[in-house]
Ligand binder design. Structure first.
Ligand code: ATR
Length: 296
């Protein structure tokens, strides 16, 4: 038998879980994932007999993908640090995921797994649900890492008017703008933020600033700059309110965190795995469970 047996990689709390069919997630670290709440709730609601298992993968990604396939695993999520690294191990890739350069969802087919990026559509759904339209809008993206890539592509796909990408290191912002291959994007280093014309913008915060207590506002320490927002998103959802979100709320600027994005990326992934449609009632039920688990 191969040394790469996916069941050796099940996270401690899930070792005794039994089901008719399995879904799962690959990542490292993976202990604190909330995704089992999303997918187990859907399985119970539709009587699918599925359970969602976190697999802690710290090496040999391709071999464990193969083992998951050979074990009959119906679908997988892929998270940090593998969203880009997984691409060579796919049998096919969705066009949007290919352009983003990152995959978070694997859907089983006859020869392997096809990769999708449901983070992008998940974020889009959460923004639309807030009553905001990004079409023809000017956007300021803070950050140029993995998460910002999906956000930039969302702006392109849904026809935003102009997108400023501000990052601590300019080279990554430039690379992201180039990779998107579109005149839409203007990369800037943090000290050049005053080059952005005064106006009203949608701000999307994609840096990791705010994860830790005392982090403060990301990148730019100028309240006038942030006051230009008429809608703001912080992809961070833990803590529920970063300094960025608290600032926006204090100024009466509508702002959301990344929890709805997490919810919808999971829902869209599950719709792909099971070929089902998940309605607003079930979405709300899952969202309530996520809030309870995270914030109470
Ligand atoms: P993710 O997958 O969450 O996007 P990532 O790819 O590591 O994670 O990207 C992290 C982002 O947060 C980057 O834009 C990073 O800026 P650099 O490209 O300059 O590294 C940004 N970031 C992290 N720590 C930061 C800090 N202390 N101040 C400003 N930006 C920071």
């Amino acid at each position: 038998m191969s040394v790469f047996n996916i069941w050796d990689k099940v996270t401690e709390d899930y070792k005794t879980v039994k089901a008719d069919k399995y879904l799962g997630i690959f990542g490292y670290p993976i202990k604190h994932t909330l995704s089992p709440i999303i997918h187990d709730t859907i399985s119970d609601e539709f009587s699918l007999g599925e359970r969602y298992i976190p697999f802690e993968i710290n090496c040999d990604l391709g071999d464990y993908i193969k083992s998951a396939y050979d074990s009959g695993i119906v679908g997988l999520n892929i998270t940090v640090p593998y969203k880009e690294k997984v691409i060579p191990f796919l049998s096919d890739i969705d066009v949007d995921a290919k352009k983003i350069g990152a995959v978070n969802t694997l859907v089983r087919n006859d020869i392997g797994y096809k990769g999708y990026n449901t983070d992008m559509e998940g974020l889009y759904r959460s923004i639309v649900e807030s009553g905001v339209n990004i079409k023809d809008r000017e956007i300021i993206i803070l950050g140029a890492g993995g998460a910002a890539r999906a956000v930039a592509y969302m702006c392109k796909k849904y026809n935003s008017k102009k997108v400023y990408i501000i990052n601590r290191s300019l080279d990554k912002a430039v690379k992201l703008a180039c990779d998107m291959d579109d005149g839409l994007f203007i990369p800037l280093s943090a000290d050049k933020y005053n080059n952005i014309p005064k106006g009203k913008y949608i701000f999307i915060q994609c840096t990791s600033v705010g994860l830790k207590d005392g982090d403060g506002l990301p990148l730019i320490n100028d309240v006038e700059f942030y006051n230009q927002a008429d809608f703001a998103v912080d992809l961070i959802y833990n803590p529920a309110k970063t300094e960025f979100i608290k600032f926006m709320e204090k100024q009466n600027i509508s702002a959301i965190n990344g929890l709805k994005m997490l919810l919808y990326q999971g829902i869209i992934a599950n719709e792909l795995w099971n070929d089902i449609k998940i309605d607003a009632n079930l979405s709300d039920k899952i969202y309530t469970k996520l809030i309870k688990k995270l914030y109470s």
